[in-house]
Design a protein around this ligand. Sequence first.
Ligand code: GUN
Length: 283
Amino acid sequence: MAAERINGKQIVAEIREQISQEVQSLKDKGIQPGLAVVLVGDDPASAVYVRNKAKSCADVGIHSEVYRLPAETSQSELLQLIGKLNADSHIHGILVQLPLPAHINEDAVIDAISPDKDVDCFHPVNVGNLMIGKPGMLPCTPAGVIEVLKKIGISIEGKHAVVVGRSNIVGKPMAMLLLRENATVTVCHSRTPNMEEITKQADILVVAVGRAQMIEARHIKPGAVVIDVGMNRLDNGKLTGDVHYDDAAQVAGYITPVPGCVGPMTITMLLQNTLQAAKNKAS
Ligand code: GUN
């Protein structure tokens, strides 16, 4: 039996409607949530992501400012801008699009963002709070994955969740959020031998490795929920995930499309974090 395709568009629309309403009620109290997005250099993929983020803000009534800086921008110039945004009371969230040009130290830039405006949840203070289960900012992509699972009515508690990938942006925080939901969590990565034996045990399989179509039907337990975080471009120009969709859909119970689910959910969680940061300031 073919897997159910998860309707990312509908889930995103529902959550964004809720966010719009909350933004409006904050605005009625004289507060408009504001997000600053900083893009350094001219990476075409980053430019598309940044444009999507600004458009999504406008759609829900969040004020956004995009700072497009030349690739030659020095680290100290970037740190100066972050200092200014940290002090700006109209800005509740700051996002510096990664990757940065090689001459800029990403850690130094992330460390400079005020933790209460760190809507990516990349700052060590927020990463630490996530690790010890303190409430606070949640990382956008992993939080979006948890929302998708909840929206389709999957109970996470007691399930075996396997995360493929161990990046700081997705794999590691994803494992942490699944653990918070009381899943039994295994993390696989490029040095994991016999990965197929492990992924085949997953009730919930989250794939975030950045390798086109590497997960196939043979990696998947019949009926499993497969969440594809990947976004890769094939030689023919088509976008595809880290999961071979048509093959995996023969075995999985549920599967996310790429594009059209995790990407827009990530932006939705960014909007949610910006709204939350504004609410925190208002209270
Ligand atoms: N580059 C790729 N994904 C992300 C993300 O989630 N946040 C930022 N700031 N940069 C990224």
